[in-house]
Design a protein around this ligand. Structure first.
Ligand SMILES: Cc1ncc(COP(=O)(O)O)c(C=O)c1O
Length: 406
């Protein structure tokens, strides 16, 4: 095997295709899929080496796997992290990373608009572990220090948020957390769910955050055919999260890692196209007579557009993402009618695939929430959430126009 060439000078699209190893060996161009649960030892000395922590001895796929490891190395390049860990889903990534950071009796500070699964984990599961979550509104980050106590172990945010595409100002958040942590003489890690933006559009680690979590099911996978999650951060964070993963069992399957490596080759290309189409569709919908309001960070009408220009599309990174939410005149009835009348866009949950997907948040990501919780998340019954795919933009505009007036 030739010497590894780490290539920080290469752009994200190149790194997503080649990973760390530019021409590592003269074997297959596509990565080998090591679909095995266990590994043959050369002799029992290998078992001892493994027990002593030698990372080159593979023992059991819940602990390590070569294809999963290769995907992790690619993801570290893409996400600008020292290390990453691939897990069985976005929720496995989020829950393992949080449980690695916070113990019984400790606290998390978060912002209130979160993916429903994360919010329910905070509301229903963490209290059973004796872990409390306190919320600070994203437009009042300067009050965060009042919530920070000697028990605070983590700040967790999602930006843009699901489904209202609200932003948390990451630069300001980092400033406020670092200021507040000085009182306690201890670093408080900041964890960011970057699923909606992806590292093509927003780089939380470069902005001073410590840990990034992403549902790789979405843009990283990009084809609506796999479920996976990733945690990115320092080697220490990843080792601690790996420890949790090993016992909670949320390891990634090798075949999923193989699919993900395939997907990463077109990651930048796909996201760039989705950025452009989402902006065009958002502009089209904003002027549509049946639409009350459009939420898209790339629109000047978006209340957080100035923050978006700073930390997303305006700052040398690629764009404002592929997610658009439209609030329709006519409420839930209009939302249902429109989703059922679309022919090109697919009425399905999830996001980030090649196909444009639409869903109604009160029936999907925010189902089973009280009116107060829906208000807190800014969700209304007339909203449709659109994950803009890779189809021709004119086909999408015609499809939405016809469905809205049906
Ligand atoms: C922002 C966000 N984070 C995390 C998740 C959870 O990811 P997964 O479904 O891969 O567990 C989702 C799923 O929709 C999401 O939208």
């Amino acid at each position: 095997m030739r010497k590894q060439r780490h290539a920080p000078v290469h752009g994200l699209a190149t790194r997503a295709i080649h990973g760390v190893h530019l021409h590592p060996y003269q074997g297959p161009v596509a990565p080998p899929l090591v679909q095995t649960s266990t590994y043959r030892f050369a002799n029992s000395h290998d078992a001892v080496r493994s027990a002593q922590g030698d990372p080159d001895v593979f023992v059991y796929t819940r602990y390590h796997n070569p294809t999963v490891r290769q995907a992790q190395e690619h993801l570290a390049e893409v996400m600008g992290a020292e290390k990453t860990l691939l897990l069985s889903s976005g929720m496995a990534a989020i829950t393992s990373a949080i449980l690695a950071a916070v113990e019984t009796g400790e606290e998390i500070i978060s912002t209130p608009a979160l993916y429903g699964g994360t919010y329910r984990f905070f509301r229903d599961i963490l209290p059973r572990h004796g872990i409390t979550v306190r919320y600070v509104p994203p437009d009042r980050l300067e009050t965060l220090s009042k919530l920070v106590s000697s028990s605070t172990r983590l700040v967790y945010v999602e930006t843009p948020t699901n489904p209202t595409l609200g932003l948390v100002d990451l630069k300001l958040l980092v400033h406020e957390v670092r200021k507040a942590q000085r009182r306690f003489g201890r670093r408080i890690p900041i964890m960011v769910d970057n699923t909606f933006a992806t590292s093509r559009n927003q780089r939380p680690l470069a902005l001073g955050a410590d840990i990034v979590v992403e549902s790789a099911t979405k843009y990283l996978g990009g084809h609506s055919d796999l479920i996976a999650g990733v945690v990115a951060g320092s080697a220490r964070t990843i080792a601690e999260t790996h420890f949790q993963m090993k016992y909670y069992g949320g390891c990634a399957d090798p075949f999923v890692a193989f699919l993900l490596l395939r997907s990463l080759k077109t990651f930048a290309l796909r996201v760039d196209r989705q950025n452009a189409s989402a902006l065009a569709l958002a502009e089209f919908l904003e002027h549509h007579p049946r639409v009350r309001r459009v939420y898209y960070p790339g629109l000047p009408s978006h209340p957080h557009h100035a923050i978006a220009r700073q930390q997303m599309g305006g700052n040398g990174v690629s764009g404002y993402g592929g997610m658009v939410t439209a609030e329709l005149k006519g409420g839930l009835r209009a939302a249902v009618k429109t989703c059922d009348a679309l022919h090109v866009a697919v009425n399905a949950m999830s996001l980030g695939g090649a196909e444009t997907l639409v869903s109604i948040p009160v029936y999907s990501s925010h189902v089973n929430m009280s009116s107060r919780e829906l208000r807190q998340h800014g969700v209304t019954p007339g909203m449709i959430r659109i994950s803009v795919g890779l189809e021709e933009i004119e086909d999408l505009k015609r499809d939405f126009d016809a469905a809205l007036v049906s």
